[in-house]
Every structure is written in C-alpha cells, then in structure tokens.
Write a protein that binds this ligand. Sequence first.
Ligand SMILES: Cc1cc2nc3c(=O)[nH]c(=O)nc-3n(C[C@H](O)[C@H](O)[C@H](O)COP(=O)(O)OP(=O)(O)OC[C@H]3O[C@@H](n4cnc5c(N)ncnc54)[C@H](O)[C@@H]3O)c2cc1C
Length: 444
Amino acid sequence: MKVGIVGAGVAGLAAARVLREAGHEVAIFEGRDEVGGQVVTFPVGGEELECFYHHIFTSDTTVIRYIEELGLGPYLRWIEPRNAHFVRGRMYPFVTPLDLLRFTAIPLASRIRLGLAALWLRRRADGVQRYEGITAREWMLRAVGQKAFDAFWGPLLKGKFADQADQVGMVWLWNKIHLRFASRKGGSSKEVLGYLEGSFKRYYRALADRLEAQGVTIRLETPVEQVAVEAGRVAGLRAGGAFHACDAILLTVPNVIALRIAPDLPPDYRATLQRVRYQWATCLVLALDRPLTPYYWLSIGDDLPFVACIEHTNFMPPERYGGNHLVYLSNYTAPDHPVLRMDADEVFEHYLDGIRKLNPAFDRAWVREKWFFKDPGGQPVITTHYSRSIPDMRTGIDGLYLSNTSQVYPEDRGQNYSLLLGEKVARLMHEDALQTARSRGAGI
Ligand SMILES: Cc1cc2nc3c(=O)[nH]c(=O)nc-3n(C[C@H](O)[C@H](O)[C@H](O)COP(=O)(O)OP(=O)(O)OC[C@H]3O[C@@H](n4cnc5c(N)ncnc54)[C@H](O)[C@@H]3O)c2cc1C
C-alpha cells in the first residue's frame, strides 16, 4: 500500500513506523521545516527548547519506551519540580500535602475540602463511568465549596478553557488529578516529572532519522492542500503544487485543518469534527538574565493575562542555555482573541503588569530575548459525555483515516497518547488493507 501521512508530529511519526514495519510504502508530508508538531523546538543559548513547555509523567510509558528504544534513556531526567499557586497576590508552594494546610488564601475548612476532594479523585479508577455526565465546575463546587473553587479550580479551568470553562467535563479534571498524583517514584509523596536533556526533539529527530533510513520519505515544507477522492475512495493528495497518488491517507492534523483539506468528508463525519471545539495555545517565552520566581510550575489563580508561569530553568539548569533563565507565560484562548494578532513585543507589553505582580522587582532590562508561539489545535475542549463526540479513526471515505488529539480520552492530550493513537491507527490501516486484499484475492 502506498500511504500518505499528513503531519510529522509524534502521531504521524509513530504511525509511519508501524506502517513501514508492516511493509508499506510511506511518505510523510509536513507543512513546517522540521518534524515534531506541537513538540517543536527553537535554539536558545546553544541548546534546543520546546516552543511550548513539555515534560512527561511516570505514567507516560510509551514516550519512555520510544526514548529507550532509540538509545536515549541516559538523557531522560526525573526531577521533583517546585510547584506553586499564585492567588491574591501571593505564591503558595504546592509540593507536599502539608503545603495545602499552609494555603491560607482560603479558610481551613476549605483547605481540608480541597485536599479531601483531590484524595478522593486520586483513588477513583472509574472516573469515566462516574463523571461523564457532570461538568468539572458542578462537581468541584459541590465537593470543595465556593471559596476553594474561586481560589483554585475556578481560575484554572477559566484560564485553560476561557468561555468554554463551564462546559468542561469532570472526566477531564478527574484524569488530570489522577495522573498527576500517580507521577511519583519510589513511594515518595512528591511528584516527579521527566525531561529529556537537550529537549524532546532528541527522540523525535532520532525517530525521523531512523524512519528515513528504513525508507520512509519525509517531505518538510510541503503543506497538503487537498485530499483527492474518486468514487468514494482516496486517490491521492495535492501538496506543494504536485499530485501524489496514494492508496491510503492518514490525517494527523487538528479537526479544523482536516475539514479544510478534505472537503469530501461525509456530512455526518464533518459534523462530528465540527462539534469538537479547540482553544489556541500560546506561550510567550522570555530569556532573562536572572530568575523570575523560585518555582518551576506556577499556576495563576488571580486575574492575570496568562494562566501559568513555567520557569524551565528552575527544572533544568540555566547553564545548559547559555546562562539564560527561561520562562514560559502560557495561555489558552478562543480563536478570535486579540492576543493572537500580536507579536512578541506587544504580548510582552500586554503581560508586563502581570509579570510585575509575580515579581515586583521585575525590570524590562532583565529580558535578553523574547519569542511568541501559538498553535490552533492547542487544547480540545473536553465536554460532558465526550465519549460520544470522539471522531472515528475511519472517516467514512475508503482509505482516509484520522488520528489527532481530539481522540485522546479520558486522558488529557499529551505525547504519550498521540504516539499510542498513531500506532493504533496504523494497525487499523494495515488490517483494512489486508481485508481489502483478501476480498480482492490479491497480496498487498
Ligand atoms: C502548550 C502545550 C503544552 C503541552 N505540554 C505537554 C507536556 O508537557 N507533555 C506532553 O507529553 N505533551 C504536551 N503537549 C501535547 C503534545 O505536544 C501533543 O499531544 C502532541 O504533540 C500532538 O501530536 P500530534 O502528532 O497528534 O499533533 P501535532 O503535533 O499537532 O502534529 C500535526 C502536524 O501536522 C502539521 N500540519 C498541519 N497542517 C498541515 C498541512 N496542511 N499539511 C502538512 N502538515 C500539516 C503540523 O505542522 C504538525 O507538525 C502540549 C501541547 C501544547 C499545545
């Protein structure tokens, strides 16, 4: 089978690997000038850094498997991060269970409810069945009360999902808490997070190199313009001004792009894709001459124009990055948000008061460099009864398949699940090809 894969993110690469190993001829078409998709990196101080903050949990066993199979295990570091929550103008550390008791922004009774709710959710393995029909807001309000909700979960949901926050299903939040509590090592009460020295680019670049050595073609800077369908079956795709005949095509792009480049998708399938809403992800990255905060992950409970401040060099040492202190100011926005039309300087000016709230001594002279990154498929909005909204991998057009983050459920989108989806869809494509060959009485 001649397979065209649209997108060289981790799902596209994982699918290519399985399909190639099954003996198919595989070509990947990627719009950008490098593989990696949302795990894309840029150079800073002689080292690669993700444009969007990235770490892994101990439960991300598929990413770990890829890293080890590619011989990169020695570069994987497991680190206890220093996390905190910023609310009412103060940073409250959130590392050990005791920190919750010291969270004096809310009364003691609210703190206890906050802690008990987290413990309860951590122990629930059946969250999908239990929580499919209830929103995170409803469940949390009931469990922790208004004060704790307003100081903690409310702003976090709002920050991540903006005007969609009240629609987010409890399954999404349950799984997030469940997985984060599970990311421990050796019975420790502290969370550990994994990071690949030299950035995650190390493993997906190594994977791309291995795929090319095995005969997979990777065409960079070749955006797919349109998928061609003839008599209800995939015929090929048009990319970079040329036509490429294919027996099967896999789309790994977000739904909005799939809808645009595959105009022949059946109406029911189009409707399913359209139902899933996405928030754009944005990150303003600052290279500073000194630290901004003492924390790696600082979630924001106050009304600031960003939802998290992730200080990468409080996780990996600044010396790796030419002495730069690297800070992500992360936000998620609706597709029509004005910040999406700004450049890095404008976003910085827009965020400046907020940055000073985190560190009143902050001076713009601390900034050596700044970058602004955005992605339209940043975060699918996981609503109640989301299991009914998940698009099928088979699109309804013979030979045309889809694998993207809108199919990750009940977990939150992450490299681990994109790799698994890529592998799963590739096996499905192979089985379908075998089936077709059998029915035609031919080989593939
Ligand atoms: C802000 C942010 C933070 C994250 N943090 C983490 C984290 O800490 N840990 C973690 O594990 N995961 C994290 N993730 C999630 C992780 O990055 C994704 O789950 C994963 O990268 C998605 O991979 P994918 O291959 O499904 O999609 P994508 O990475 O979106 O790949 C799709 C590819 O298609 C390409 N493309 C688009 N249109 C076309 C076209 N017309 N023709 C050809 N190519 C096209 C794109 O350029 C892209 O390369 C984060 C994501 C974001 C946005």
